[in-house]
Write a protein that binds this ligand. Structure first.
Ligand code: BDR
Ligand code: CA
Length: 312
C-alpha cells in the first residue's frame, strides 16, 4: 500500500477522495492535513474527521493548517459544496478531534522521518505546502512524489472563465510551489481532467446509490449541492469529482492516459487571477511540472464503485 499524506480543504469531493485514500486498499494514509478553501478551516477539519470515520479509519491523525491564503482574504466555495461543505445534510459531529501539531510542521517533519517514501496528495489551495516550502526549499524532493488537484490546463475555469478554484484561491501559494517544482517530483491533475473524465452521470449516480453501503450513500449524498451547481453553472451532466480523480492517479498512476511536461506559471493579476500560464514554445524554460491531461474514466469510476462496495 502507498504511504500517503493528504492535504485537504475538505468539501464534498475531497470527502470522496479521502474514502479512496483510506478504504480502497491501495493507500496507507499516515496523516491528513487541513487547509482553508472550500470551507473555513474548522469546517474542513470537521469534514475530514467525518470522512475518515466513514471510511473506517478514525485513527488517522488530522492536523489543522493555515486558516487563510498567503496574502489574500479567503473566498470559500460554500455556494458549490453547501454551507457545511458536505451538501448541508446535517451530518453528526465526528467522534474524534484534530491533533495539536500544526499541519505545516507535519508536512515538513513526516518526509524527514521517511525520506523518499511518502506520497503527498494536495486537494485544496496550496497554502500549507507553500508555507512549508518557505521553511524548506528542498521539501518536494523529500517526498516520493507530490500530486496536486490544481489548475485547468485548457484554461476552461470553474471559479472564473479561465481559473480553477484551488489555484485561484491562493495563486501566490501556487506560484511558490511551481517555482520549487520539477516534473519528476510534482504532478498536477486539473479541472480539465475532472470535467472530461470524472463526471458522475445520472447512470453513475444511480449505480452508486444502488450499492447502498454507508460509504456509497455518503459519497453520493454529500455531492447533492454540487449536482445543482453543475446543472446551473458548469453545465456538466452531473457532479464532477476533481479530488477523487486526482487521488486515483496518485494511487494508480497508470490511470493517467495522457500527460505533458511543461513550464507552468500562474497569473496573479485581477482579470486573469489563478489562470495557468503554460509555455509550450521551443524556447520555453525547462519544464517544471507534469500535467495529467486525460484519465481512464471507466477504470477511475470502477475504483470508486469498488471502494464504496467495501472489502468482499
Ligand atoms: C477543486 O476546488 C474544490 O471545489 C474541489 O474540492 C476541488 O479541490 C476543484 O476546482
Ligand atoms: Ca478540494
Amino acid at each position: 500500500m502507498l504511504p500517503l499524506i493528504v492535504d485537504t480543504d475538505t468539501g464534498s469531493d475531497d470527502a470522496v477522495a479521502l474514502l479512496l485514500a483510506a478504504a480502497s486498499g491501495l493507500g496507507d494514509v499516515r496523516a491528513v492535513t487541513t487547509v482553508a478553501g472550500n470551507v473555513p478551516l474548522a469546517t474542513a477539519t470537521r469534514n475530514a474527521l467525518i470522512s475518515l470515520q466513514t471510511a473506517g479509519r478514525p485513527d488517522v491523525p488530522v492536523h489543522e493548517g493555515c486558516e487563510s491564503p498567503m496574502t489574500r482574504a479567503l473566498s470559500t466555495a460554500q455556494h458549490v459544496h453547501g454551507q457545511d461543505g458536505m451538501g448541508d445534510l446535517d451530518l453528526p459531529d465526528p467522534l474524534g478531534a484534530a491533533e495539536r501539531e500544526h499541519a505545516v510542521d507535519v508536512l515538513l517533519a513526516a518526509p524527514r522521518r521517511l525520506p523518499g517514501e511518502l506520497t503527498l496528495v494536495t486537494l485544496g489551495p496550496l497554502t500549507n505546502l507553500a508555507a512549508a516550502l518557505l521553511r524548506d526549499r528542498d521539501l518536494l524532493r523529500r517526498y516520493r512524489h507530490v500530486y496536486c488537484m490544481a489548475g485547468a490546463a485548457d484554461l476552461w475555469g470553474n471559479v472564473s472563465a479561465t481559473a480553477e478554484f484551488n489555484v485561484w484561491v491562493d495563486p501566490e501559494a501556487a506560484r511558490v510551489v511551481l517555482q520549487a517544482a520539477t516534473p519528476d517530483q510534482v504532478t498536477w491533475i486539473g479541472w480539465d481532467v475532472s470535467r472530461r473524465d470524472a463526471v458522475m452521470t445520472p447512470a453513475d449516480q444511480l449505480r452508486l446509490e444502488r450499492i447502498g453501503t454507508p460509504m456509497a450513500t455518503f459519497a453520493h449524498r454529500v455531492n447533492r449541492t454540487v449536482a445543482e451547481w453543475a446543472r446551473d453553472v458548469t453545465g456538466l451532466s452531473g457532479y464532477d469529482l476533481p479530488d477523487p480523480v486526482a487521488m486515483a492517479v496518485a494511487l494508480r498512476p497508470e490511470l493517467a492516459v495522457e500527460r505533458e511536461r511543461a513550464y507552468v506559471d500562474v497569473a496573479l493579476g485581477d482579470e486573469a487571477r489563478g489562470q495557468l500560464i503554460i509555455d509550450r514554445r521551443r524556447s520555453a524554460p525547462a519544464p517544471n511540472l507534469t500535467l495529467v491531461r486525460r484519465v481512464d474514466e471507466t477504470a477511475f469510476k470502477q475504483l470508486l464503485f469498488d471502494t464504496c462496495e467495501g472489502p468482499r
